[in-house]
Design a protein around this ligand. Structure first.
Ligand SMILES: [Fe+2]
Length: 542
């Protein structure tokens, strides 16, 4: 008996047919209803007779008359014409028959043989001579052949079963390797909690490579704390991705149905979702510590098997757990950063607010330093550090007596000497804070001049740390753009002309042109906000 899938059944039949050919047995293949699917490929009159309607009908009728659920059967429908039939099976159902025929000399003298020859206009004697080499069997010989065919079929079925098992193991091994490789890749990408979009994009690209789906998508907007994460909320990867807006809308609808404890959802037809229909879609909650953060989806199942497999579910569950763990870290990091930044702003604002002329100065310098860094091509992370450097650059003024700091008239040399100490005081205040180490050069050197005539160390040119050179431009621009006790704010054209003039003497000649190319509208909005706020503060003080 041959047990196999439809295509492996054909392979098994071919293997058996080859073996029967070696025994000189003509071979047919029938479907489960007994209709002939293939015939023996024998040349000459012997082949013409065996493929004739009479013989085909004889075999077909014989097969139809066979008992159910039996392996190899031997029938003699005409004298000396032995039909040996081996059942092919697929999932316990009989799917067809491999049929071998053993002939004896008795058949060559039978009425059936003669009528068969006449039916296809063959010469009886010539055909008898042609078939003689095949007519070597008697009943006992046919029984031996039937037994051999049974063994051969069992042997082939066992071989196919082994191949099937090996293929299954190979598939399991491949799946296991893919899972390990995915875990390794995700683990490797998890390093930087400040860049969630990079991690999630890479995770989705890696998932799309491993899973046979047209697309994979992720939405991370379900947890309100995600506001602390500087990143987009919707991510999509794959060869046939839907629109971002559709993935977002689908994810929001799915999140309403999911909880942090939900098992993966298999959607057979995403009829109520704005996604491509008619194909299976898989939705996995992204959740951690009983909190639902979003949803991970895979849609448009591809490949031979259109059904979502346990392997697909396993892979998406694993990736969902990794994304959730990463996101939790990114949120905690974002919360801490926001708290840290809030504390810095509170500190520097209180300092700036002492003097109505410097109100908002640190925040504007921070803003300009970040913009200049980005325009200069520095990485976003460095630009964020420059923003912090801008916030704290004048923190050392805490150590300068208020009488000097707020003195409306001209300063004496001694008073100016006290003011000039603020970069070093700031450096001393911040130097023991671990998170501020990269900021320190900016604080210490923001009053150095490019020509070496600045303070505190009279550094020149490229010897001045980059943070110091960037802050110097932002600081100078804001100082000239603000009212002072001894002069009103300069007009924008004057300020820009002055910066241009100072390039190469006071300021870095490479960075000044970059600054001049900035769009200053967001700075102007910040300045307007601070002026408005200053009026509030002054009114309250009055
Ligand atoms: Fe300063």
């Amino acid at each position: 008996m041959l047990t196999a899938s439809p295509n492996t059944a054909a392979i098994a039949h071919e293997t058996l047919r080859e073996r029967l050919g070696q025994l000189n047995l003509p071979t047919w293949r029938c479907d489960s209803a007994g209709l002939l699917v293939s015939e023996p490929q024998i040349a000459g009159p012997a082949g013409l007779l065996l493929r004739s309607g009479r013989i085909a009908g004889l075999i077909s009728r014989t097969i139809k008359g066979l008992a159910e659920n039996q392996g190899t059967q031997l029938v003699e429908p005409e004298p000396g014409f032995y039909v040996i039939a081996v059942a092919e099976r697929h999932r316990r159902q009989r799917s067809g028959w491999t049929v071998g025929v053993a002939l004896s000399v008795e058949f060559l003298d039978s009425e059936c043989f003669v009528q068969g020859c006449h039916g296809v206009h063959l010469d009886v004697i010539a055909t008898r001579i042609a078939l003689r080499p095949l007519a070597l069997h008697d009943r006992a010989g046919a029984e031996v052949l039937a037994a051999m065919m049974g063994w051969a079929a069992a042997d082939i079925a066992s071989g196919m079963e082994s191949q099937h098992t090996i293929a299954g193991f190979t598939r399991q091994l491949t799946d296991g390797f893919e899972t390990i490789d995915l875990l390794y890749s995700l683990g490797r990408f998890m390093g930087d909690p400040t860049q969630p979009h990079e991690f999630i994009n890479r995770a989705l690209e890696r998932l799309a490579q491993s899973m046979q789906f047209g697309w994979v998508g992720c939405w991370i907007g379900a947890d309100p704390r995600v506001k602390y994460v500087r990143s987009e909320r919707t991510f999509v990867a794959g060869t046939r991705p839907p629109a971002h807006a559709d993935v977002t809308a689908a994810a929001e609808l799915l999140c309403a149905r999911l909880t942090s404890e939900s098992k993966p959802l298999i959607l057979n037809d995403a009829a109520d979702l704005p996604l491509p229909r008619g194909v299976q879609c898989l939705a996995q909650p992204v959740a951690r510590n009983a909190r639902l953060m979003g949803v991970l989806m895979a849609g448009d199942k591809q490949g031979e098997d259109p059904q979502v497999s346990s392997y697909d579910i396993h892979l998406l569950e694993t990736a969902g757990a990794f994304i959730a763990a990463f996101l939790e870290n990114a949120i905690l990091y974002g919360e801490q950063s926001a708290m840290f930044l809030g504390s810095l702003k509170a500190l520097t604002s209180s300092l700036d607010a002492k003097d109505r002329y410097t109100f908002g100065h640190s925040e504007r310098v921070a803003h300009l330093a970040r913009e200049l860094a980005l325009a200069h091509g520095l990485p976003a992370a460095t630009a964020e550090r420059l923003h912090i450097a801008g916030l704290v650059h004048d923190v050392g003024k805490i150590g300068v007596p208020e009488a000097v700091l707020l003195k409306p008239g001209k300063l004496t040399e001694e008073e100016f000497g006290l003011i000039k100490r603020h970069p070093e005081i700031g450096h001393t205040i911040l130097k023991d804070i671990p998170l501020m180490q990269d900021i320190l050069p900016g604080v210490l050197h923001h009053h150095e001049r490019y020509d070496g005539k600045g303070y505190p160390h009279r550094l020149a040119g490229e010897a001045i740390p980059l943070f110091g050179r960037i802050l110097a431009i932002a600081d100078t621009f804001d100082a000239m753009s603000s009212n002072r006790s001894y002069r009103p704010a300069l007009a924008r054209e004057q300020v820009l002309a002055e910066l241009r003039r100072c390039a190469g003497t006071q300021l870095d000649p490479v960075l000044v042109p970059v600054f001049l190319s900035l769009d200053l509208s967001s700075f102007d909005r910040l300045m307007a906000f601070h002026r408005e706020h200053l009026v509030d503060v002054t009114a309250r003080a009055a």
